[in-house]
Design a protein around this ligand. Structure first.
Ligand code: ADP
Ligand code: MG
Length: 695
């Protein structure tokens, strides 16, 4: 329920004076459908305008002039401008328009009248001129021009100036909201009130006010993150209130553990302990197991599955692709057999005759564990007593898909959820992205892993690298060749990969595999399978190489145009090799651009040479690339903040997360005075109201 005091902000932008049917679509595109959305559009820069005269005009700067309009000269021939001659007491100045209509210019500049003009000064043969002035106003409208003007992002059909005018109108209706920040904290930070912060946001006093750490901007960023964290903490509490099966560690896990050919690392043991605590306490678990490729997530998951079965529940393991599901099934079946647990595979590609007994076993409760793909959450799949769902590579599934699996629980209450991800992310992002999940980190690699030798070389060494690769392949090695990522065009991307595959095939004197994103799933899996079986020695691929696929014999990787990838992504790609006791090597080829980017690229890539720790790499990537979208988080549902920047505001994000827990811990129903103000804050940043689907 939205507090009434916010109503004026949650009306359509169309209710603002000046937003008609022509402007409205542009405003929606740029900011959103609501007045709130427009007000939360932060200026991206500013323009300084200075009072000048024709005599004192400074070339290249933006002046404000008080001028008397003179005669208009029409263009003598196409390509020449309209000119209006003007003057003040100090001299002459010409206003210039290329194109435009004579009538419109005459209306703007009525001969003999005074006008306030602002625009960028140019000098041409010693004549002062202003091409396309930003403002030509009657003297009584002079206030519209401010010495420091915020610049807004503009869009087709909506200029920065129009945005500014609308924002100013919207600001007039700004309600006086109760203070939700802790007064002591506000004082300590020397932050303004919310309404002051909004005013300064839209009327910066200088460049310093655009800084993310400027008091107004920092306050708004904190407000935004606090609102988000409150929502996350609340969702977590709602979930924890769901009754779920009590699952206790048992014999099966013990037997499974002794069947493993290794002992668990400390990190794996800690993760297992976290999970067992969650499973035993009668509340629904929602835990993320974060661990780099090869950190041993599967064994942790297997123990949880075994515990669930031991306590009399069924359990499911879902993977994003057929290959991954099969691989899990192949590896886990013998282990589960040791523990006396039967497990079956369910994929969409199996014929009905194979699926039927599995479906019956699940519905009847005879089959305790199923491993599968998307097929698992289809309506045809029913469980007798599903207690635990494990989802591998969780980001490959949508929220709804995950939920459909969780909805298959029975009378025992909610289904425990364990999700797994191989994308190490910095702690700050963990808070903003996974705030509603509990997180266990596998930050320790299983022992005995051979390091991957990583080399960083300029692209002009490509031929040499390819020749060495040929020798290695002839000696029995398998290799990946990753092709450039060209963001603008998938087609160009594909063409490059196809060409590289042809060239390499010619050089190697044998067929090579090719895999890309445009390929239909089944075809892609056929190519992958052939590589997995060792039939194809070399796999040329765009970035679609399956995360999680284990081809131990593949020990070499070449990445072309490595400078175009994020470090975290390169690290993930590199994780495809180094999976056996044979030494592995990765070559990063970079384009040494003439723009000077070459040096930074090498410095950045060098981090990969220095470490194989995914968390360390993620932190470095995050630091270097800043607030962009280094990990492709936007696509994965990462909240698009208006004010907060995860890099610039990292410490504020941590503080907001603590604050949210504190606030809801003290006053769970938010009924105190501050609690009610906090409710206003949460509603203020509720973006559901601005999405067409309303969710
Ligand atoms: P990921 O976290 O990428 O899913 P896996 O679970 O596939 O990693 O494990 C990668 C490899 O490491 C597997 O071959 C697995 O058997 C092995 N492994 C897992 N845990 C350990 C351990 N504690 N000691 C030695 N090897 C391990
Ligand atoms: Mg895995």
């Amino acid at each position: 329920m939205r507090p009434e005091i916010l109503f004026p902000l949650f009306v359509p932008v169309e209710s603002l004076k000046g937003v008609g049917p022509r402007l409205a679509p542009a405003v929606h595109r740029l900011a959103g459908p609501l007045v709130r959305d427009l007000l939360f559009l932060a200026p991206s820069g500013l323009i300084r305008r200075r009072e000048m005269t024709a005599l004192t005009a400074v070339e290249g700067e933006i002046g404000i002039f008080d001028l008397v309009m003179g005669g208009l000269t029409k263009p003598g021939r196409p390509g020449l401008p309209f000119k209006v001659r003007t003057n003040d007491e100090s001299g002459f100045l010409t206003l210039i328009w290329f194109g435009g209509s004579e009538a419109w210019i005459r209306r703007q500049c009525p001969e003999g009248e005074r006008r306030i003009v602002s625009g960028k000064v140019e000098k041409f043969n010693d004549l002062v001129q202003i091409p396309h002035p930003d403002y030509v106003l009657a003297p009584d409208k002079r206030d519209e021009i401010v010495p420091i003007e915020p610049v807004y992002p503009a869009t087709q059909g909506l200029s920065s100036r129009q945005v500014r005018r609308l924002v100013l109108t919207a600001l007039e209706g700004l309600p006086d909201l109760p203070e939700w920040q802790d007064p002591a904290w506000l004082g300590k930070q020397a932050w303004p009130s919310w309404s002051e912060a909004m005013t300064v946001l839209h009327a910066p006093g200088g460049e310093h006010d655009l800084d993310p750490q400027a008091p107004a901007r920092a306050r708004l960023a904190f407000d935004e993150v606090l609102a988000h964290q409150l929502a996350l903490v609340r969702r977590r509490r709602t979930r924890q209130a769901v009754r779920a099966p009590r699952i206790a560690p048992g014999q099966a896990a013990e037997r499974l553990l002794s069947a493993l050919p290794f002992t668990l690392t400390g990190a794996q043991q800690r993760a297992v302990a976290d999970i067992r605590r969650d499973l035993a306490n009668g509340e629904q678990m929602a835990r993320l197991l974060q661990g780099d490729v090869g950190s041993g997530k599967t064994a942790v998951a297997a123990l949880a599955l075994a515990d669930a079965v031991d306590s009399g529940f069924q359990a499911a393991l879902m993977a994003p692709t057929d290959i991954l599901a099969r691989q899990h099934h192949e590896r886990l079946t013998p282990l589960f057999a040791e523990a006396g647990i039967q497990c079956a595979l369910l994929t969409g590609r199996d014929p009905a005759s194979v699926r039927r007994p599995v479906l019956e076993g699940l519905a009847g409760g005879r089959l305790p564990v199923v491993i599968g793909t998307h097929a698992l959450f289809q309506d045809s799949v029913a469980f007798h007593r599903l207690g635990l769902a494990v989802i591998d590579e969780q980001h490959r599934f949508g929220v709804r898909e995950r939920q459909r699996l969780l909805d298959k629980g029975g009378p025992d209450g909610g289904v425990h959820l364990l999700t797994m991800s191989a994308t190490p992310i910095p702690r700050t992002l963990e808070l903003t992205q996974y705030g509603e999940l509990d997180v266990s980190r596998l930050d320790e690699k299983p022992p005995g892993r051979r390091p991957i030798r990583t080399a960083v070389l300029p692209l002009d060494r490509l031929a040499e690298v390819a020749t060495r690769l040929k020798a290695a392949i002839e000696a029995g090695a398998q290799a990946y060749w990753i092709c450039p990522l060209i963001e603008e065009s998938e087609t160009v991307d594909l063409a490059a990969a196809e060409k590289r595959a042809r060239d390499l095939s010619r050089l190697m004197g044998r067929p090579v595999g090719l895999m890309h994103g445009r390929m239909p799933g089944p075809e892609r899996e056929t190519v992958m399978q052939s590589f997995l079986d060792g039939h194809t020695p070399l796999l040329v691929a765009t970035t679609v190489v399956e995360v999680g696929v284990d081809v131990p014999n593949a020990t070499l990787m070449v990445i072309e145009h490595a400078e175009r990838f994020g470090l975290a992504q390169l690290h993930q790609l590199r994780g495809r090799i180094g999976r056996s006791d044979k030494p592995s090597a990765c070559t990063l080829l970079y384009a040494s651009s003439d723009t000077g980017l070459g040096k930074t690229a090498v410095e950045r890539l060098d981090i990969l040479r220095q470490t194989e720790d995914g968390f360390e790499i993620a932190e470095a990537d995050f630091r270097i690339r800043g607030g962009g979208d280094p990990l492709g988080l936007k696509q994965s549902g990462f909240p698009a903040y208006r004010f907060a920047d995860p890099t610039a505001h990292a410490s504020l994000i941590r503080a907001a997360a603590d604050d949210a827990r504190l606030i809801l811990g003290r006053d769970p129903a938010l009924t105190s005075e501050r609690g009610r103000a906090v409710q206003v804050l949460e509603a203020l940043f509720d973006w559901r109201a601005s999405r067409p689907s309303g969710d």
